[in-house]
Write a protein that binds this ligand. Structure first.
Ligand SMILES: Nc1ncnc2c1ncn2[C@@H]1O[C@H](COP(=O)(O)OP(=O)(O)OP(=O)(O)O)[C@@H](O)[C@H]1O
Length: 303
């Protein structure tokens, strides 16, 4: 557990004149689900391709398990599964035929495994249809099934919920969480849908312009960046000034107030003071979710 499973040190990569990755450093522990987050073009997919040994770094070293993907990519590709944007499926084959093809590549003989995956991703009714006729969401779910055929110990998921409807997103996210819990699969997940991945990730790597801005668990990043607690309270309270019970307050809706507190410990006395005067239907911290943290880290890195 002490030694990280993935270690990226001083990795740079250039395509032509464009410096796509610039001195990247991060680690991933075995069994973690880590979100690799960053704006379009920040280099997330390139990083995944380097980790897989599909392309080589110009500088720096990468270790995945005991292997260096630049020198020794085959064992990494054997023990990992990857879902890319296009999913790499054959459109002129059926869903089942696609899985059979990739099962053969991985030396997987167990046909029941393929049927179980089709079932888990809600594709049983469509397994004999050509993948070319599948919807975007169905292709994405089949792409995930394909990535999982050989029970990989490491999964790279590039935008796993892109193109999925809310039900599909829930199904995929639940599968990812259950898989990680049941088999301890290490998962590196790129996504833009921050509120969705927040439910499954143990830690995050925030990227921008090919650099790591920050890395850590939600709690670690929160402790470092968030100095105050913004609490939105649905209440009938009508404060008479800009302070209530010693706390700065702002009206943000007809029955909604926003309080700026020094820390979480100040929430209970504030709510007690409000309840002495009025009702409270809801109280939500609005500046500690992943999206708020993400924007805060990015803002501070520009200052
Ligand atoms: N093979 C390549 N040749 C030239 N440029 C490339 C190549 N692959 C990626 N790039 C460039 O590198 C930059 C980073 O691309 P990458 O796909 O890694 O970003 P990303 O963070 O995954 O973006 P997105 O969120 O849009 O998927 C982009 O400007 C892209 O055009």
């Amino acid at each position: 557990m002490n030694q990280p499973y993935i270690q990226v040190e001083h990795v740079s990569k250039r395509f032509g004149a464009q410096q796509v990755l610039d001195d990247m450093n991060f680690t991933v522990r075995r069994g973690e689900i880590v979100g690799l987050l960053g704006p379009n073009g920040s280099g997330k997919t390139t990083m995944i391709r380097l980790l897989n040994g599909v392309i080589l770094p110009d500088r720096g070293t990468i270790r995945v398990g005991t292997h260096n993907p630049a020198l020794d990519g085959d064992p990494i590709r054997r023990q990992s599964g990857i879902l890319t944007e296009g999913a790499g499926l054959y459109h002129e084959l059926s869903g089942l035929e696609n899985l059979k093809f990739f099962a053969k590549l991985h030396g997987v003989q167990d046909k029941q495994r393929l049927l179980d995956l089709l079932e888990q991703f809600d594709l049983t009714a469509h397994m004999h249809k050509l993948v070319g006729t599948y919807s975007t969401g169905m292709k994405k779910r089949l792409g995930l099934a394909k990535a999982l055929i050989h029970r990989p110990e490491l999964l790279f998921l590039d935008e796993p919920t892109n193109g999925l409807d809310p039900e599909g997103i829930q199904l995929v996210m639940k599968y990812i969480r259950d898989l990680n819990r049941a088999e301890g699969t290490t998962i590196l997940l790129c996504s833009h849908v921050l509120h969705t991945i927040e439910e499954v990730c143990h830690a995050y790597i925030f990227m921008e312009n090919g650099r790591v801005l920050e890395q850590g668990t939600n709690r670690e990043i929160e402790d470092k960046y968030v100095t105050e607690t913004i609490l939105r309270v649905e209440t009938g309270l009508v404060p008479t000034g800009e302070m209530f019970a010693g706390v700065p307050v702002q009206r943000v809706g007809s029955q909604s107030l926003q309080f700026t507190l020094p820390n979480k410990a100040a929430i209970t006395p504030l709510l007690q003071a409000i309840l002495r005067e009025s009702w409270v239907h809801e109280a939500v911290i609005t500046n500690r979710d992943l999206e708020a943290l993400y924007f805060k880290v990015r803002r501070e890195s520009h200052e």
